[in-house]
Write a protein that binds this ligand. Sequence first.
Ligand SMILES: NC(=O)c1ccc[n+]([C@@H]2O[C@H](COP(=O)([O-])OP(=O)(O)OC[C@H]3O[C@@H](n4cnc5c(N)ncnc54)[C@H](O)[C@@H]3O)[C@@H](O)[C@H]2O)c1
Length: 428
Amino acid sequence: MSSKHAIPSYLTPPDIGAWGVYLEQIDRVTPYLGSLARWVETMKRPKRILIVDVPIERDDGTVAHFEGYRVQHNTSRGPGKGGVRFHQDVSLSEVMALSAWMTIKNAAVNVPYGGAKGGIRVDPKTLSRAELERMTRRYTSEINIIIGPNKDIPAPDVNTNEQIMAWMMDTYSMNQGSTASGVVTGKPISLGGSLGRHEATGRGVFVVGCEAAGKRGLEIKGARIAVQGFGNVGGVAARLFAAAGAKVVAVQDHAATVVRNSGLDIVALQAYVTQHGSVAGFPDAEQLDDAAQFWGLDCDILVPAALEQQINRDNAAQIKASIVLEGANGPTTPEADDILHDRGILLVPDVIANAGGVTVSYFEWVQDFSSFFWTEDEINSRLTRIMREAFAAVWALAEEKKVSLRTAAFIVGCTRVLQAREMRGLYP
Ligand SMILES: NC(=O)c1ccc[n+]([C@@H]2O[C@H](COP(=O)([O-])OP(=O)(O)OC[C@H]3O[C@@H](n4cnc5c(N)ncnc54)[C@H](O)[C@@H]3O)[C@@H](O)[C@H]2O)c1
């Protein structure tokens, strides 16, 4: 990471983690922003950061404290929007980067939001359900002062789901004195959630993957797919690829990597994971001893759908896929971007590939405001149209400017954000 950035005093250089990756991506797009580059510093500084202590009483009577964050990176185009992650490695740098990628993503697919993200540094597997509920409710109360249907709208991310969103919505509503279903998205259907939201991110990954495959002349039927992360995003994407006739030859999760050359039975694997908590021990597959071998497996489309910085200078040269489809946020470092590009591998960036989730979150929010709910077909067809159009626009810009799809998506996103910034003007 170059030293020309003003690193805020609350991060410790030189290891500023995912935020450093994001800053480098912004550097790469800056030469293409024309006169708007005058405002680019705004992209390098989160608008607002709230760090909270989240104390809970454990079931055994002891008290535990967790670090919680909510970062609103930018709200020039609308309220903050972004998920909440519960993970033992959550850090300020990570939440800052994730919030910034939300700013770019929301602008790239043109939904009327800024970017935000939240998280708690905790391994939720170590908590009982009652502890998880208490922690979620306390965190929501702590960040209550900056969230709201018109201010900042959280959603699920790693290790958070519909139930967590229900507790967040209820806690916020109790503090307000009235039900505020639009404060979070990704809620259960019975509480104002949207049909299709649960599958939306994985569906978007699949739709964009089909578009990218079309550009490369790759047939989905029979294509070999490898997926890292078998949760909401990776699990749904794998299922849709398999249903379209692709062979999902490998799946890796936090515990194991399972491989089957003729294609894994994804429906059976999902049922197995629901029961056992991971793919480890799935009977109809070979299990890799060394997780790092995953990256060198023979496949056509590689879908990183777990965590950041998974594809890096240590493994980018081994990748055999012709397409890397970023289901996760920030899975590829800038160095790895360059290696993949030099090797002719097409990388479809996160800010387009996984934007299906926030797109249907937007539909959910609109439905909650109007208390009028759409059919699943309407939602899926609108989602598919938006994803295809966003991909086509980014593809055309990448060809025109002779840049990568990531830089093209960042040009679209940053231009929209900075135009809004310029038109609003600086307050006061
Ligand atoms: N949920 C959404 O709507 C959404 C939207 C856009 C982007 N994303 C991004 O997609 C990624 C996955 O999110 P999710 O919602 O599917 O989370 P999830 O909690 O549902 O699933 C995460 C998966 O990653 C696996 N995993 C965790 N650590 C791993 C490791 N070290 N190696 C391999 N696998 C590992 C887990 O076992 C699990 O299968 C994240 O980067 C998230 O920010 C999620």
